[in-house]
Ligand binder design. Structure first.
Ligand code: HEM
Length: 524
């Protein structure tokens, strides 16, 4: 009897060793891809890096050691080459977003960001692409340009009115991007915010995404998805026990507060005042917001019907995607230009914006117009270099293919997760000499064609950032106005300390500074 039990135990052990160690290392189709064994055997090795907030930097270090393809988990491979970039993220590549993105569903509804399938995504994108095109963003007759120019005026007025703002730009830049994206999505009447003009309720909308425990919630949501869902769906006594034991990574309500709740409120307000019966005769012309465009489409009877929750989900996601990204980039740009070592770049930028003729500035406020700020080569180089070194979404962008495919000489079976990151692409020393040095002028050299191919802050192909032109217009118009009027320098307390932002669950900062200070945890 004993010997049967021992035999069974040994057989189970051998089976487990085969499945958990031998197979991933020696028989898996990915076994030839280089990388440390611990990462190839278990997904928890990478999850641990994630927990420590060093996932992206660890993957980067693995690329430096193992080359352009690294196995980072039993079923996940990271790449860092232009050929892989084209195969995975090129237009029409057929690669889909993975389940990872489903944590950005809002109200249980998918949106542009979270659709995996190419067709579903393309259908939704068709509805939005024109509104986000460069010509629409810079058109005087559409919503974005006047809105951004007004917000730039408000920002400069705020600098004059509340002197402390100029010493702590992080928050006020968030108010700027909040007012810009909400005005664009909802229009002034139905949810456009006035944080810059002092509305405390609107400023408070940001607390939710600034809550540091959101970082932990993101980690749980990715690595312990079923358990997290279980935790948050307990009711009654169990709910109290779970809370008492401190098992919740973030206190309830963890999700539909702040920006997400605001989207639903904006939608409800819009529907009540606009309503189907007077929809075609009222506000449409004066209020061409994204919400209104989607509503108009949903009433047209063409294609799949969008209901209120679909519209609110789409809008909430664009808000979340458009706030931290833009304001974090602006914050890094101003901070890096304020360092004494970069004084020369600030002076050259000031020279460029000083040369803008008065006729190219708005009568109200006297700040450069958005379409003029868009055409300043030095400013453009500064923003590119900021996005290269401090990309606000620097982490890997996971994708998978429905069919087997070869990438950089390796056969990648269908369903394998493949990814690349701006962080690693932007630090390739063969493409960007002295990669950790802030040098905007590298973008002004005639031979920067290769660098442009590696620049990936906004991703590429069909899933490239839809808000690119909106973000660029916000950033160029505000920076041109600030440096036309002011010089900036670092505060005493900031000396030797890099600002640090968190993206998903990692902290990013300037690696050349001795220390960093985390400014905010973000949910995106
Ligand atoms: C500096 C500013 C910004 C940067 C660097 C940035 C970067 C990115 C990146 C890298 C992606 C792809 C993410 C992935 O696939 O994992 C993305 C997608 C997206 N971004 Fe942005 N973004 C910025 C601003 C904005 C703004 C202002 C909006 C406003 C609407 C926005 C809306 C979106 C949306 C909706 C997607 C999903 C697009 C799709 O799947 O088709 N972004 N962004």
């Amino acid at each position: 009897m004993l010997s049967i039990s021992v035999t069974a135990f040994v057989a189970v052990l051998i089976f487990l060793l085969y499945c958990l160690i031998y197979s991933p290392l020696y028989t898996s189709p990915l076994h030839k891809i280089p990388g440390p064994k611990a990462y190839a055997i278990t997904k928890w090795r990478l999850a641990l890096d994630d927990y420590r907030g060093v996932r992206t930097r660890s993957i980067h270090a693995l690329h430096q050691k193992y080359g352009k393809a690294v196995r980072i988990s039993p079923n996940e491979v990271s790449f860092s080459s232009l050929s892989a970039l084209k195969t995975i993220y090129g237009a029409g590549s057929g690669f889909e977003r993975t389940d990872f993105y489903r944590m950005f569903d809002v109200y249980g509804r998918q949106n542009l960001f979270t659709f995996a399938g190419v067709k579903q995504h393309a259908d939704r994108k068709k509805l939005l692409a024109h509104a986000y095109s460069k010509s629409a963003i810079l058109s005087p007759n559409a919503i974005a340009k006047p809105l951004i120019e007004r917000n730039v005026n408000s920002y400069l007025e705020l600098l004059e009115r509340e002197k402390c703002v100029s010493e702590e730009i992080f928050q006020s830049l968030h108010w700027f991007s909040l007012d810009s994206i909400t005005g664009f999505l909802y229009g002034d009447q139905h949810g456009g915010t006035r944080a810059l003009r002092g509305d405390l309720e609107h400023r408070a909308l940001l607390y939710d995404i600034m809550d540091p425990s959101r970082r932990l919630l993101s980690w749980y949501g990715v690595h312990l998805k079923a358990y997290t869902k279980w935790l948050y769906t307990r009711t009654g006594l169990m709910e109290r026990i779970v809370a008492k034991l401190g098992l919740l990574p973030m206190k309830k309500p963890a999700i539909y507060t702040g920006i997400r709740a605001h989207a639903l409120k904006a939608w409800t307000g819009f529907k009540t005042t606009t309503g189907p019966e007077n929809f075609s005769t009222t506000a449409t012309a004066q209020d061409p917001s994204i919400m209104q465009k989607l509503w108009r489409y949903s009433q047209s009877g063409k294609g799949d019907l969008l209901d209120g929750l679909d519209i609110a989900s789409e809008a909430a996601d664009h808000s979340l995607a458009g706030i931290d990204t833009t304001s974090d980039t602006l914050m890094f740009a101003i901070w890096v230009l304020s360092l004494p070592v970069n004084k020369i770049y600030q002076e050259r930028l000031i020279r460029e914006v000083d040369n803008i003729p008065v006729v190219d500035c708005n009568a109200e406020g006297g700040n450069p117009r958005a379409e003029v700020a868009d055409k300043l080569p030095y400013l453009d180089a500064i923003i590119k270099e900021t996005l290269r070194l401090y990309a606000p979404l620097p982490a890997s962008e996971p994708r998978s293919s429905l069919v087997d495919i070869e990438i950089d000489g390796y056969l990648i079976p269908a369903g394998t997760v493949v990814s690349m990151s701006p962080y690693t692409l932007h630090r390739n020393a063969e493409v960007f000499p002295e990669p950790l040095k802030f040098d905007p002028e590298r973008w002004l050299n005639e031979d920067c064609v290769e660098m442009k191919k590696w620049f990936w802050a906004f991703s590429s192909g069909g899933r490239m950032c839809i808000g690119l032109h909106l973000a660029m217009a916000e950033m160029t118009t505000l920076l041109a106005a600030i440096y036309r009027r002011y010089t900036t320098s670092e505060c005493k307390r900031q000396r030797g300390v890099s600002p640090g932002i968190t993206s998903r669950f990692e902290v990013f900062y300037d690696e050349s500074q001795p220390r960093f200070k985390i400014l905010m945890a973000t949910g995106a």
